[in-house]
Design a protein around this ligand. Sequence first.
Ligand SMILES: [Fe+2]
Ligand SMILES: [Fe+2]
Length: 359
Amino acid sequence: MGRLFGWLNNIINPHDEEPEAAPEKKTAVPANSRRPVFPECSRPSGDGNIDDADYWWCFEGHPHEDIPLFDIINNDLIIKDIKNNIKTGALPVMEIPDNVIKTLRLLDDPEFSYREVANLIERSPGMAGEFLKITNSSLVSTGTTIHDLKTALPRLGKVKIKSMLYMYSSKASFMHKSVFESLAVDIVEHSYAVGLIAGFLSQRYFANPDVAFFAGLLHDIGKLAILKSIAESYDIPKRSGMMFCEEMFDRIFPELHEKVGLYIAQSWRIEDSVKAAIMHHHDLYISPNDYANTEMVENLCCLINISDTIAKILGKGKSIGAVNIFQEESVNRMHWVKDWSTVEFLGCIPEMMDFKLER
Ligand SMILES: [Fe+2]
Ligand SMILES: [Fe+2]
């Protein structure tokens, strides 16, 4: 579990290395490889127009790579099996450890106290350590290092604590015993990136940064559940040196991961707006009759959609084709205004991606 939030060490103890020199033009590198390096988003002297081509959000796409086919088992068979298991309720859910369940229940009690929550979390020293790391990270740090969980938890707040408990459980449920471990780390790293970006963008584009972080963290939870299901249902040979990447599941993930994610979120009784973001972060479809606050839910789906794209542009996620975020439907629907203040705001995002999970 030590590696789950290991990237936060990098935020707390950033590398001492000299920053890489920014190239003249933005450089695309393959996803899951080194993070692309982009020029800073500074305002040039004079009152020139904003030219998207000068900035990271106008991305030329990752170069094409030949991806080996996931030919070990039949894609159609996997998709059929998983759809059937969703229908019958037989899809394995992420098991949540008993101590986490107790903590989640306590957090749902309107009268809960952070002291009680801390007492429960402290029973698992690994989990307690991760919470302290997060509290001391750039996500919530106020500049003073906190060593005590009872001080740390109120700073995180109920929603962040819950989202981290779910992520802790889902990753822990199959790490160290799955052929997909490395791919799962990639997906978790992408999920953290999306949570972080969504929380940051909320300063301007969404009212509740905690819910945005929560939805970003869990938006692709269905992918982890699919990997877990495949690993448990099929005998995947551990071919020496074989590395699984997300692109190898390009037929399975797009067809299933939102539905599987929703299935998992329902089993965890996650709140409706986060469930909607899990289900609709790609299609952005929100039925007007399904939610009490349709506008807020649609906004959250759009926020997660664009955070997902930004994470991919910035090298945290699978490869992506040419894209300009200002031409994306989600940005359109959120009515982003492209001015110099927005340029400077968005310019903060690439450096937030300077983290890497331990492998
Ligand atoms: Fe997704
Ligand atoms: Fe994603």
